[in-house]
Design a protein around this ligand. Structure first.
Ligand SMILES: NC(=O)c1ccc[n+]([C@@H]2O[C@H](COP(=O)([O-])OP(=O)(O)OC[C@H]3O[C@@H](n4cnc5c(N)ncnc54)[C@H](OP(=O)(O)O)[C@@H]3O)[C@@H](O)[C@H]2O)c1
Length: 226
């Protein structure tokens, strides 16, 4: 009988799906969100998984999800969804593209967190956001992805503000770097596979539970510079 519970936002593929698989294998009850019903197939074969629908960029869908999940308590809420946005030359980038990137990677995760953070288990609950090492403002890597890097730096900043706004007692808040991972976004030349990244993150989510504060860490638990 599962007794630990996790909510994963953006679990149709890649790291979100991997997280759902690792938590399910570990015996947790998993609630996982997808944008389209097609994204649910790989989740539905897992044990103790309940699939919900959410496009984070639609506030009415966030409030709908919060209403459907009302009364449930989660040990971990992991807001994973994100996009790469425009890469390369900044000159042709449109206002719409920048808006979608910063909405998806920085603002929507905060809106989702605000709607659901009250359902974290007191004292030991963990609120996790999928950041990136590229969100560290001193990172020299991936200079072609300037907008993506800025969007993750914006996420880190907004998570810091959100944490300070949360009433005491606050949950542990983690901004996580999953490593450079072989997914649709990370590409086939990435350094590690989804299993390595998500196994590491599962271990870290458990290790940091109850510690409090807001920390920027990678899947191995190393603390990263902001
Ligand atoms: N892979 C890496 O090396 C790496 C490194 C550092 C950080 N990250 C971060 O890790 C997270 C997951 O990346 P990934 O590599 O697994 O990428 P991915 O394979 O491209 O998956 C992205 C996920 O985000 C979902 N998503 C995107 N926009 C959404 C929205 N508006 N509402 C709800 N869901 C949305 C996608 O859903 P659909 O299937 O519906 O599109 C998909 O499930 C992202 O935040 C990414 O920035 C990845």
């Amino acid at each position: 009988m599962a007794n630990k519970t996790v909510l994963i936002i953006g679990a149709s593929r890649g790291l979100g799906l991997g997280l759902a698989q690792r938590f399910s294998e570990a015996g947790w009850a998993v609630t996982a969100t997808v944008r389209s019903p097609n994204g649910a197939e790989a989740l539905q074969v897992l044990n103790s998984v309940s699939v919900e629908s959410l496009d984070m960029n639609h506030p009415e869908q966030i409030s709908g999800l919060a209403q459907r999940l009302a009364g449930q308590t989660f040990d971990v809420i992991f807001i994973n969804a994100g996009i790469m946005g425009p890469v390369g030359d900044l000159a042709p980038v449109t206002e719409t593209q920048v808006g979608e990137l910063f909405m998806t990677n920085a603002l929507s995760p905060i809106r989702v967190a605000k709607a659901l953070v009250g359902q974290l288990r007191p004292a030991t609950g963990v609120l996790a956001f999928m950041s990136s090492g590229l969100g560290s403002v001193q990172s020299p890597d991936a200079i072609e992805a300037a907008l993506y890097k800025a969007s993750k730096a914006a996420l880190n900043s907004m998570v810091n503000t959100l944490t300070l706004q949360l009433p005491e007692p606050r949950p542990t808040v983690l901004s996580m770097h999953p490593g450079w991972v072989k997914t649709d976004m990370g590409g086939e030349n990435a350094e590690i596979d989804v299993l390595t990244s998500t196994s590491g993150m599962l271990a870290q989510l458990q290790a940091w539970a109850g510690k409090g504060g807001h920390h920027f860490i990678n899947y191995r638990g190393d603390v990263l510079p902001w």
